[in-house]
Ligand binder design. Structure first.
Ligand code: ZN
Length: 430
């Protein structure tokens, strides 16, 4: 611990000693931003997702009033506009734009903590720099009709789907071994294409009573703590999804690359903190979800499930193909989850209405719909970061790499290593 802070301090001093005045100004503003994020964290326990900077930057025991935090954030924003924004180095340009937008999002979160009410779309634009398209129920009806075809039989579709999926639950006694097999496969695949610094690693814990199914808590020093929630049975497909999303090439790799390229190589202090309710989360969740397909395109995924994951879970691998046909269709219902959240946050439906919508159009079982509504209570419009984030990242990578495997990994890794905003993912975006 001690060595790390001495080392980072030295990196900042070196950056300052030979830097232009604009660089020194950016360093100072970035440090103030980190301290502001930590100050907001004293009002909002979900806000600081990761912080591995100097411990003395953590604010004192006394909370700073929200109005005072906002006034300083406004001052930082004002001073940022005065810093020269042009540079031959594209990362420097991205950095300025990114920090400016992160400060704006911080001010929105402060306003919300002070009681400001925003609609779902206003909130997602302000916090995550993106708005999800609206969908009619009719759009989901078409997918449900296809599911009726692939899951024939008596009774309601949700009951048939629930019964079908329950045959693919990983037995609790095999969960850890199955998850480890998935992590091992995801890590090996990622290391074929991404240079990771020596010493990167993570630990896995199994937890209960959470609104999420998995969480990566980045600790710095290239280490993560990954928690897997075992409140509800875990299905076979979740092993690779979680291992890629939370680990390789998802959140763990994203945080490791930010620490390596931006904190250690560049000495940029703002990347030692990760405020959850900010544009960074769309990039984080979008890359973590799209990373599953980057690592394992459909044919590779089926092979991995058939040869490694299903056997580890003690499940009959002959059902793999049909299972993924069904799950591919169910995945197309993911935007139904956004609709439920939007209507619920906007007050058009209550919690029972949101649960019913999730069951009807998203094929959530009762227990999973209840868990999802709890998630929306806690994280609100954050839900768009998973599916809209994934789609935006997919378009970004596809536009640069098409179907070429090594180009896809290169574009994906470049995105994981740079401070790009969601609005900068669009073709021609900045
Ligand atoms: Zn995630």
């Amino acid at each position: 611990m001690r060595m790390r802070h001495v080392w980072i301090g030295a990196a900042f001093a070196a950056a300052g000693a030979c830097a232009e005045p604009e660089t020194n100004q950016m360093q100072a503003l970035a440090e103030r931003y980190v301290k502001l994020v930590l100050a907001v964290g004293q009002h909002d326990t979900d806000y600081v997702d990761a912080f591995y900077g100097p411990p003395e930057w953590r604010t004192a025991a006394v909370k700073r009033p929200l109005a005072e935090i906002d006034a300083e954030a406004a001052a930082v924003a004002g001073q940022l506009t005065a810093v020269v924004q042009e540079s031959a180095d594209p990362l420097v340009v991205l950095r300025h734009r990114y920090l400016t937008r992160q400060v704006e999002a911080l001010r929105t979160r402060v306003a919300m903590l002070g009681g400001k009410r925003l609609t779902f779309d206003e909130e997602s634009r302000a916090l995550y720099d993106a708005v999800a398209a609206h969908h009619d129920a009719a759009e989901f009806e078409g997918v449900l009709a296809q599911l009726e075809q692939v899951l024939p039989g008596p009774g309601a579709l949700l009951d048939r789907y629930t019964r079908f999926r329950n045959a693919f639950v990983i037995p609790p006694a095999r969960l850890d071994a199955t998850f480890k097999a998935a992590i091992d496969a995801c890590r090996r695949r990622t290391l074929q294409h991404v240079d990771l610094p020596p010493g990167e690693s993570f630990t896995v814990e199994y937890v209960t009573d959470k609104s999420w199914s998995g969480y990566n808590w980045y600790q710095g020093q290239y280490r993560s703590l990954i928690q897997v929630n075992t409140d509800l049975p875990i299905f076979a497909d979740r092993a690779v999804d979680l291992a890629c999303h939370e680990g390789y090439p998802g959140h763990h790799v994203y945080n490791v690359l930010l620490e390596k390229t931006l904190v250690r190589d560049r000495g940029w202090p703002e990347f030692q903190v990760y405020p959850l309710f900010s544009p960074q989360s769309l990039i984080a969740e979008g890359t973590a979800n799209f990373g599953i397909e980057v690592a394992f395109p459909p044919a590779d995924r089926l092979k991995l499930e058939r040869e490694v994951i299903f056997p580890a879970a003690g499940l009959d691998p002959t059902g793999v193909g049909h299972y993924y046909t069904v799950m591919g269709l169910v995945d197309r219902l993911s935007y139904a989850g956004n609709e439920a959240a939007r209507r619920y946050i906007d007050g058009e439906i209550d919690a029972a209405g949101a649960t019913a919508w999730l069951e009807r159009y998203g094929l959530y079982s009762g227990a999973r719909a209840t868990q999802r509504v709890r998630f929306v209570d806690q994280y609100r419009s954050y839900v768009i970061n998973y599916n809209l984030g994934k789609d935006m990242v997919a378009r970004y990578v596809d536009a640069r790499a098409g179907g070429d495997t090594s180009k896809r990994w290169a574009a994906f890794t470049e995105l994981l290593s740079s401070p790009r905003l969601p609005s900068g993912l669009a073709v021609g975006g900045k």
